[in-house]
Ligand binder design. Sequence first.
Ligand code: NDP
Length: 625
Amino acid sequence: MNTTVHNFDPQALARKYQEERDKRIRADGNDQYQEVTGDFAYFVEDPYIDSTLERDAIEEEVEVVIIGGGFGGMLAAVRLHEAGFEDFRIIEKGGDFGGTWYWNRYPGASCDIESYVYLPLLEKTGFVPQQKYTNASETLDYCNIIAEKYRLHERSMLQTLVTSTDWDEDLGRWMVSTNRQDRIKARYVVHSNGPLNRPKLPAIRGINDFTGHTFHTSRWDYSYTGGDAQGGLSGLADKRVAIIGTGATAVQCVPHVGAAAQQLYVFQRTPSSIDVRNNQATDPNWMNTQASGWQNERRRNFESIMTGAPVKEDLVADGWTEAFRLLFGSLRDKAPSKGRMAMWAISGVASKQLYQQGLKTYLTNKATQYMNLAEEMELADYQKMEQVRARADQVVEDPDTAEALKPYYRQFCKRPCFHDEYLPTFNLPNVTLVNTDGKGVDLITKDGIVFDGKEYAVDCIIFATGFEVGTDYSRRAGYQINGVDGLSISDKWADGLSTFHGMHVRGFPNAFFFGPAQSGFTATYTYSLDEQSVHLAHIMEGLKERGAQRIEASEAAERKWVQTIIEKARLTADFQEKCTPGYYNNEGQVNTKPQNNMYGGGPIEFFSLMEKWRAKGDLSGLEVR
Ligand code: NDP
């Protein structure tokens, strides 16, 4: 048993976490949100283009169509180019490359994963980010640097929305159709349409009645607010503004709106965890002194710490790695090396059943030890979150507001935030936190927002309410995929995801799916995308060597992979069930479809698995013709 004396009561905190979670669990889960259609269809329009591109419809044939011009699509193109494939087209709905960073230009938008690991291909481009944490403008500029270096613009179709992809078995080609009446025949299609691309809205009663101005954070309306991604929102000086949502996006834009608006009401359902950011300028000489291969080593080091794998030193040394070092650090010596995978699981995440069943079988005499590890990790998490909660008390002057801003859940239940200006914003006289205590706002009227019987009259409502996750794939992608015998991907996945390695789907030959579903997921999402791109290029090379032109996941391999995902999902189920609801845990409806998870053994384990699979060189699990 743990005998350390803490300045908190773990049992009381466990009860409090449970109470806070129970307040927020709702039967409607994902159905509490509505699609941005009808009155809100303009929420997905592109506010950043100067003019709509005029061009004739294109009919052509290429080897590969890549759908999506974000980091995933760009990395796919770069890795294909490196493997000698040049006959590809990138189709992107936005006005330029950038994906997430093209759309999310809200004031303060920035990435809180260190830029030296987040921005891919730094060793190839020689780019030196200005700061440890890059902002959205620099990231978008960097996307253009990649696009220029690899001549991606000349192989792209921008401002073009794919409307469907249809497999023609006789031709052995996909027909890719677009909203510009293009008809592109492609032997292969890479679907890299972004896991968080479709804005969502809470289905709040009266939401259509509001007569003031509204927009979603991923389509920031600078023509209304003035200013730019660095702030200076002068257009809000005489405006009463409401922001709904307090996730990672709101945390970054609230300080700028608070600094500019006549009045800001922040409507909070669940507070985010706000840790220290401490951004720093890059030492320009530092990168020059790094040995070749440094970026991969740094990315691997970062993700290894995040998964409890042993590393000699913490290269990134920031709030993320500190949190995981706290969780894993003191435990590492006690853990048998075979249990590394389980350490990922208990980074929050391990179920007691796991210890009692799985681990106990092969670590019989270690089982008790693991129970202690899980308990110690939970204590480390409480300790970390006590620091985060204490910060609210230290920074926020009004005690009730400070209390309301304290998150009561384990740190990785939601995306942890790192920010130094968010909490102080609530000390401004024109900024009010409206704490709905887990309930959400009650009603929207023509004049404003109602909570707890009080109407807050506003001129503008900004929805910082995130993106669709877990809804139908084609709805989020914006196009249908029809495979062999016309089977649609929506029908194929109607009862749950089914893939081989997250990338291949039986019935959908020559299609490659990028994204976290049934695949490895990292906090450094660009790392996952790069690994998927390397994997794609390997398979394409393998097909070329064999003179093959058609691949498809075998039935047996796909079935086995789905089973693997289901088994690995058990590692995380206990943790997720105790978490406050959000998109990380399917709005609290955990494992209703356990196959809809990412690979539960963690990204490093997943990447190693893929590396081993590639090393075998036989494309096993894929039917190759
Ligand atoms: P999120 O889904 O994380 O947050 C949505 C917010 O809206 C939550 O606070 C949610 O509350 C709230 N909400 C939903 N419905 C209601 C309602 N009816 N009433 C009041 N509030 C409501 O979206 P974000 O755009 O903030 O972030 C999405 C993801 O994007 C992040 O998780 C992260 O992966 C990424 N990101 C990363 C950043 C970074 O690197 N720093 C910055 C920004 C985004 P509740 O929590 O109760 O559901």
